[in-house]
Ligand binder design. Sequence first.
Ligand code: SAH
Ligand code: SF4
Ligand code: F3S
Length: 503
Amino acid sequence: MTQKTEATTDLKSAKSPKTAEDFAKYFQAPSLKDAKKRGKEEVQVHYDFTIPEEMEGIGKGKTYAIRTYGCQMNEHDSETMAGILERMGYAPAEIEENADVILFNTCAIRENAEDKVFGELGHLKRVKRNNPNLILGLCGCMSQEESVVNKVLKSYQHVDLIFGTHNIHRLPVLLRDALYSKEMVVEVWSKEGDIIENMPKVREGNTKAWVNIMYGCDKFCTYCIVPYTRGKERSRRPEDVIAEVRELARQGFKEVTLLGQNVNAYGKDFEDLEYGFGDLLDAIRKIDIPRIRFTTSHPRDFDDHLIEVLAKGGNLVEHIHLPVQSGSTEVLKKMARKYSREHYLELVRKIKAAIPHVVLTTDIIVGFPGETDEQFEDTLSLVEEVGYDSAYTFIYSPREGTPAAAMEDNIPLEVKKQRLYRLNEALAKSGLEKNLAMQGQTVEVLVDGVSKNNDQVLAGRTRGNKLVHFVGDESLIGSYVHVKITDAKTWTLHGEIVSKVEV
Ligand code: SAH
Ligand code: SF4
Ligand code: F3S
């Protein structure tokens, strides 16, 4: 049951170890085996986050830098870490190398994501040598893996601190320990079911904001490490989410993205409340924020009520990221996605009927263990049938500890690469078709900034999250404008500004 509680999460009490037994429980390296367990314990919501007195102001005159890898969840966690560090007096560093604290907020989703972090962590050996007072911390999803912690302990001794995804609120205490300890401080909780509210956040910019609606994942798709690194599914109380979005509206934010690994499972863990994602969106759409997005939707829990609410439009934008992973029912079964090709296509049909002009995007994995040529062809035909606007595509990467890692990975890398290539070709074709259909239309664009490649050109996003480039003045950054689309490319639209929109 999710319960509100005033019980203290004071950093010194609650989860802080008091006895030797507590110490062993909390000051420890992770265990994927423990992380897999799902208990019946109540989810406690803590509202009393504080920075311990002795840590207040400890960062005065000092600076920090955070490198973020992985998904939006990590981006948002980094905003929380920044918030905590700034409460302690730290300021953002202009140059990372000169920072007093550097945190690597990592992602474990695929092997190449991990390799990149190890490579860059290695480069920081020199930085640490030049600045021995630097505190170098590793956090995020990789910290939750014992193999990673063991490797860091063995070969990356210049790391000072490792903490995980469940104890971000303990950063002040852990930083203190790291500052005064000669040894690497490691505190990773493998099993956690609590929600910590009221942590400070430093949001990037004042236009777009992330808002967590739930944490963790209970789906256990057989290839995926997330249920192990993020713990069990637990939803924030609706009143807390709504209050946060209202506050963002008051501050003048122009877009909010609701975050969860599987937002459609929102509320399923409430025992005292019948309240799902559709209900939450129905409440949030009444808040005066011009655009509300959400990510990620799992096709299995996408119910009719949710479709009905989304069809109301308004500030609920017509973009749905609906990861399919494979177009073959047999592969989906092995992935434990718990839906079939037919169920997915039926869901797409219902969504398209209810939300005209909906932009559909997806995630697809190729080369899952045992995927045959025919099964891959099923993915290609599904892509054609749905007509996605864009997609993230991946070659399957075995993750230690997951069920799929024990399956025979019998597809040669060359074949996997070939499949990825063909899949991307098919997606480029449907992406271009979708974009061409927008030529001549005038669309609403939220201006993000100047284009990466040309500082005379502004870049922004449509309600459907399509990237639009147009010539305009920098003063428009952060506002809504109407742009007439004059030219469509596979992944971008180009246009001319028509007018500024007052919202
Ligand atoms: N919760 C989201 C996905 C989070 S991970 C969902 O279920 O839709 C983002 C994407 O990474 C996944 O959708 C999947 O396509 C990909 N992914 C996850 N594990 C992977 C692995 N072991 N190998 C390759 N791709 C993977
Ligand atoms: Fe991973 Fe599946 Fe959970 Fe998404 S739903 S995070 S793919 S286990
Ligand atoms: Fe990566 Fe963790 Fe997100 S594994 S994708 S950072 S939840």
